[in-house]
Design a protein around this ligand. Structure first.
Ligand code: NAP
Length: 244
């Protein structure tokens, strides 16, 4: 059985991705940092509904020790992690001059140290199996840059470089590394926007609707599947045509 670790699997895109993998028969490790109740409930629902092993694991992806403990525990409970989805993320809207050093570092660390820590802790197992799929969740703002999101855009642009370089290094071990860049997706993260802003964002999207977590989860599951075995080092923009 394949085991998928989804960081930030307690809510939003990560939660839907966990459900999608469970539906496809994977054992699912759901990482969270604060939302213990919803992560545990999700694991229980998955086991009941899809009859696959599922468990919630607390770890702050910024923290190397916590990630090491988590991945060791997952591998002993659920087996070698063959799919890693680096999804955990945060966002804030701030004009550039008011981003302080703490916020800048936290933003970069959550996305970049998070992907670095989780990936380093799982690739030995993948290399041993000569098989693995790493899917990083970037953002369209990492491609285009977003006003009042310089810190977020910088972190997400970093994930694009991370994806391309790592794909080159891990291809000889039959491990693919890809990045999905979502557009505006309806989750807690976008609840900060008022209706006028959301309508404006919708209007700028060619398909004239906001994305759903399922839109992203389906793309993640595709990149993790055998159908995508020949795809690596790619940046897949799933934005309803916001970015073309
Ligand atoms: P969300 O609903 O706010 O969920 C964020 C998830 O990340 C939660 O599960 C949260 O865990 C987890 N998380 C945050 N910091 C963490 C940390 N240090 N360690 C471990 N887990 C952490 O966000 P979302 O919209 O689903 O976003 C998921 C990913 O998609 C993020 O990387 C985001 O940047 C990206 N994205 C989102 C959009 C969008 O429009 N929503 C667009 C482009 C890209 P807790 O629940 O435990 O706090």
């Amino acid at each position: 059985m394949n085991t998928a670790l989804i960081t930030g699997g307690s809510r939003g895109i990560g939660k839907e991705t966990a459900l999608e993998f469970a539906k496809k028969g994977y054992a699912v490790a759901i990482n969270y940092v604060n939302s213990e109740k919803s992560a545990r409930e999700l694991a229980l629902n998955i086991m009941r509904e899809f009859s696959v092993p599922a468990c919630a694991y607390k770890a702050d992806v910024k923290n190397r020790n916590e990630v090491e403990e988590m991945t060791t525990k997952i591998q002993s409970e659920l087996g070698t992690i063959t799919v890693l989805v680096n999804n955990a993320g945060i966002s804030t809207q701030r004009d550039f001059r008011s981003i302080d050093e703490y916020e800048w570092k936290t933003m970069l660390s959550t996305h970049l140290d998070g992907a670095f820590n989780c990936t380093q802790c799982v690739i030995t197992g993948m290399i041993g199996r000569q098989y693995g799929k790493i899917i990083n969740i970037g953002s369209m703002w990492g491609i285009t840059g977003g006003s009042c999101e310089v810190h977020y855009s910088t972190a997400k642009a970093g994930l694009i470089g991370f994806t391309k370089a790592l794909a080159k290094e891990l291809a000889p071990s039959n491990i693919t590394v890809n990045c999905i860049c979502p557009g505006v997706i309806e989750t807690d993260m976008t609840k900060i926007f008022d209706e006028i802003t959301l309508n404006d964002l919708k209007d700028k999207t060619l398909l004239k609707r906001l994305g759903t977590p399922k839109d992203i989860a389906k793309s993640v599951a595709f990149l993790a599947s055998k159908d995508a075995d020949y795809i690596t080092g790619q940046i897949l923009n799933v934005s309803g045509g916001f970015v073309v």
